[in-house]
Ligand binder design. Structure first.
Ligand code: 5AD
Ligand code: SF4
Length: 437
């Protein structure tokens, strides 16, 4: 019998990218071959994101394409996976009648059976969340490259009041330290040069008395020429031990993504973030002091229910005070079943947008100014590949996660190279080779 073909498309965060690699591995184990275009596939799986309404809107738009495709080829199976599957469950199948499968993030081991049923016309749904599933024994199916994402824990117990993740991904659970280290050893043997450890809240990683700092140190010891990154940290769980571990190990990158969300204590309390702006600022001071040259980024939400103009200004002030190297900024999006949902959506959309733009502008100025100070410096870059904008240039990143664009001068992807920064904008540094004379 001819090998069946599966196509997987991924939306949302890096955790979903990592999950799709697990899904591909499971399907591969069941005899499926991965294909790169939906038109070639017998089975189309869409791994979805539910974090904000616009993330879901994008997926709905794409599902429209697959509906069309299925009209021409009624035998094709369409499955919706991930956070939207978990959030909407059977409603999704009722509103989108061409969808054959709805499978939540903890049920991927059932995919081969569900797909087999769907290929004979039987619709399937599996959306139970698990307290233990961590796919520790599954080797994700990856294409070779420079950087790999390694999921180390799943779920989130923080229950920030705006966030669906605790509902769509369930309770926190960690993979084994030995399982993660073994996976990284395999990646290194295959030539990967950078690994990013992933979890919704990596700092609450636990395995048999070992914490996230222990895991990070163990991963960094696998090969000192391989860079180690991690995301995401919650300010409440950022321990001194973890900060010291980052500072003390040369191949753990000097970069921390530390979402603050707001600069107002009242809003932070409504968000259930469990810290104050002052606590956050003191934490940042400690990180900067302990890890010289550290680069910091954050997440900000504009227009949380009842947020006043004054409170928005506190967020802008906090950005100025910390001087992040980058910020991911979002308009508040109400999500059903979260606590914030019942607080209403009191900030009008145009106010949210104006505040968002002020936040973006402020951060752009800061990023620009900080990047100007890099001019004249020599930086070490891990070469990633061709620059998006020019085939005559390569791009890569510094240890501090800054993107550098430089001429192709004999270096190859996966190599380390040094460049002198000669100009910079808010997003990118431009380097030139260090002349040998
Ligand atoms: N609306 C807007 N932004 C959100 N985030 C999470 N939930 C929402 C929401 N309902 C943002 C937070 C989080 C990031 C991953 O997404 O800033 O840190
Ligand atoms: Fe959502 Fe908060 Fe958990 Fe992050 S820490 S996934 S924002 S609940």
């Amino acid at each position: 019998m001819e090998q069946k073909k599966v196509y997987v498309e991924t939306y949302g965060c890096q955790m979903n990218v990592a999950d799709s690699e697990v899904v591909q591995s499971i399907m591969h184990g069941a005899g499926f071959r991965n294909v790169a275009t939906p038109a070639d596939a017998d089975v189309i799986l869409v791994n979805t994101c539910a974090i904000r309404e616009n993330a879901e809107a994008r997926v709905y738009g794409r599902l429209g394409d697959f509906k069309h495709l299925k009209k021409g080829n009624p035998g094709v199976v369409v499955g919706v996976l991930g956070c939207m599957a978990e959030r909407l469950r059977k409603d999704l199948m009722e509103t989108e009648s061409f969808v054959d499968l709805v499978v939540g993030p903890d049920e991927y081991r059932k995919l081969p059976d569900l797909v087999e049923g769907a290929l004979t016309g039987e619709k399937g749904i599996a959306v139970r969340l698990s307290r233990v599933e961590n796919y520790d024994d599954i080797i994700p199916l990856r294409t070779d490259g420079v950087s790999a994402w390694v999921s180390v824990m799943r779920g989130c117990d923080k229950f920030c009041t705006f966030c669906v993740v605790p509902f769509t991904r369930g309770r926190e659970r960690s993979r084994s330290l030995t399982g993660v280290v073994r996976e990284v050893e395999d990646l290194v043997a295959r030539g990967f040069k950078e690994v990013t450890l992933l979890g919704q809240n990596v700092n609450s990683y636990r395995d048999d008395g070992k914490d996230f700092a222990d895991l990070l140190a163990a991963v960094a010891a696998v090969d000192r020429t391989v860079r180690v990154r991690f995301t995401t940290s919650h300010p409440q769980d950022m321990s001194d031990k973890l900060i010291a571990t980052i500072a003390g190990q040369p191949n753990i990158c000097n970069y921390v993504h530390l979402p603050v969300q707001s600069g107002s204590d009242r809003v932070l309390e409504l968000m259930n973030r469990t810290y104050t702006a002052d606590h956050y600022l003191r934490l940042v001071e400690k990180i900067k002091r302990t890890i010289p040259g550290v680069s910091l980024s954050t997440d900000i939400i504009s227009g949380f229910p009842t947020e006043t103009e004054e409170e928005h200004k506190m967020t802008v002030d906090l950005l100025r005070g910390v001087e992040f190297d980058g910020a991911f900024t979002f308009k508040y999006s109400p999500r059903e079943n979260t606590k914030a949902w019942s607080m209403g959506d009191s900030v009008p959309d145009e106010v949210k947008l104006r505040r968002l733009n002020e936040i973006i502008d402020t951060q752009r100025q800061i990023s620009f100014r900080k990047n100007q100070t890099e001019i004249g410096r020599t930086v070490e870059v891990l070469v990633e590949g061709e620059s998006k904008k020019s085939m005559h240039e390569f791009c890569g990143r510094t240890d501090t996660n800054k993107t550098v664009v430089f001429p192709k001068n004999g270096v190859r992807a996966g190599e380390y190279a040094r460049y002198i920064i000669e100009r910079a904008n808010a997003a990118t540094l431009f380097g030139r080779s260090i002349s040998t004379n």
